[in-house]
Write a protein that binds this ligand. Structure first.
Ligand SMILES: CC(C)(COP(=O)(O)OP(=O)(O)OC[C@H]1O[C@@H](n2cnc3c(N)ncnc32)[C@H](O)[C@@H]1OP(=O)(O)O)[C@@H](O)C(=O)NCCC(=O)NCCS
Length: 417
């Protein structure tokens, strides 16, 4: 027997015997039974759960793509709007389509009055976390737009909602950031493209063209990246037929986890701590020797150069400034240290290392790094939601129950309470 009579009659769950610990998951997983579904590996690693036309990541090759086009090449050559069109509409826009798409998405940037009025309230707390505030504001905006369940609308209407939510997110984010500092929001300028408008709404000033282009490349590079955790989350919620706002709020929640959205500012912290070039080797070696990880290095999927870091290194160096040169020195030293102390682990620079340098040089504050990532990832999330809705089947996996053999008799001493 694996449970005992409770000492407190209102206690609702069986209490394990003191000398009879409950089965661990590992013990239970060994149990055989007629109802046992096949168990996927932890974290679903290596398991394909959908077919997609949006893109994928080829870690061994150091390559990822959006609808077949090399994502790094797209970021280097095209505008945010062109790649946004590619991901959400399924094709690169013609000249006329692009003009129409730009005009349409600029119009979608305006905030409903009742949302704008409430933003200072959301941003007011002393412990303001921009991504959490954004998650709340996205929920509010979705409600104000009266978004219906995806199950009840057609693909064109859903794509319209997807564009609206993507267009509105930087407006919400910058308004929240400024409200927290007691500053009025900067209305989006219809003459500016997504990236320029992004920076202008942050500072209130006309941004430098090289900064706009650098941030635009970062934003394009981070629009999508295979079937990551937040994209999966968005698809699970969309598969229930819920509205797109719910799916996006869930995706932002998943992104907020340190294992996903991470903390791109931590790589910059490393640069700050090192301080001067001559200290790099000793600092980095001591870190790795003490068992710590070097921020901005290593990746679960890329076992060769991360194509995002390759392009962002070039972008950072092109932007100029002491920090980029210093970062390059630290990167080279870190790779040398990793090679010496972690040989054969195939550790390379990841997106966070130069991503932080690029955003910092363009004037984006550190606490806005992950929210900036959320803005660009809206494109990937919304594309995934549209794809899910178009070929929907409720995502409803199983779990292997590994507890005591049911049905358990209700322990004596329990009554309604
Ligand atoms: C990204 C990350 C979580 C991927 O980890 P992973 O694929 O699970 O790799 P593992 O944890 O299996 O590590 C394999 C080996 O490489 C080492 N390693 C991995 N990343 C390392 C890093 N950044 N610095 C030093 N050593 C590292 C591990 O210590 C381990 O060494 P061991 O074999 O001696 O135990 C990991 O590389 C990391 O923590 N990087 C630093 C944080 C970071 O930059 N995150 C942003 C990712 S975009």
């Amino acid at each position: 027997m694996r449970s005992k009579t409770p000492t407190h009659p209102t206690r609702a769950a069986p209490v394990p015997e003191d000398d009879d610990a409950p089965l661990t998951v590992a013990e239970g997983a060994a149990a055989e039974g007629p109802h046992r579904p096949e168990l996927a590996p932890p974290g679903l690693e290596g398991v394909a759960v959908a077919e997609t036309l949006i893109g994928d990541v080829r870690g061994e090759e150091g390559f990822y793509h959006y609808r077949g086009y090399n994502a790094a090449e797209l970021a280097d050559a095209l505008s945010f709007e062109q790649v946004w069109h590619l991901l959400i509409e399924g094709s690169l826009p013609t000249f006329d389509q692009l003009a129409e798409f730009r005009a349409r998405t600029v119009e979608l940037r305006s905030l409903p009055e009742r949302v704008a009025r409430f933003l200072p309230e959301i941003a007011g707390g002393a412990d303001f976390v921009p991504l959490n505030a954004l998650r709340t504001a996205v929920s509010l905006a979705a409600d104000a737009f009266g978004l219906q369940p995806v199950l009840d609308i057609g693909p064109a209407e859903l794509r319209g909602q997807a564009l609206r939510m993507t267009a509105i997110v930087p407006v919400l984010l910058m308004a929240l950031f400024r409200a927290h500092r007691g500053k009025p929001m900067v209305e989006p300028d219809p003459d500016l493209g997504y990236a320029a408008s992004f920076l202008q709404m942050l500072t209130g000033n006309r941004p430098d063209a090289p900064h706009v282009r650098a941030v635009e490349k970062y934003l394009i590079l981070t629009m999508d990246h295979g079937f990551n955790a937040s994209t999966f989350t968005a698809r699970v919620i969309a598969s229930t037929g819920a509205d797109i706002g719910s799916a996006l709020v869930g995706a932002i929640g998943a992104l907020s986890g340190p294992l996903h959205g991470g903390a791109p500012s931590r790589a910059l912290q490393t640069l700050d701590e090192i301080g001067t070039a001559d200290r790099a080797y000793a600092y980095l070696r001591a870190k790795v020797e003490s068992g710590e990880r070097l921020m901005g290095f290593g990746h679960r999927v890329y076992k060769t150069d991360d194509p995002r870091s390759t392009l962002l290194r070039a972008v950072a160096l092109e932007m100029g400034g002491e920090q980029a040169k210093f970062a390059q020195h630290v990167e080279e030293t870190a790779l040398q240290v990793l090679n010496e102390l972690k040989p054969g682990r195939r550790l390379y620079t990841n997106v966070e290392f130069y991503g932080g340098v690029v955003m910092n040089t363009a004037g984006i504050p550190r606490e806005m790094f992950t929210p900036t990532f959320a803005c660009s990832r809206m494109v990937g999330w919304t594309a995934a939601i549209c794809e899910q809705a178009a070929h929907n089947r409720l995502i409803r996996p199983s779990a292997v129950y590994v507890g005591p053999q049911p049905p358990l008799p209700l322990p004596p001493g329990y009554s309604y309470g």
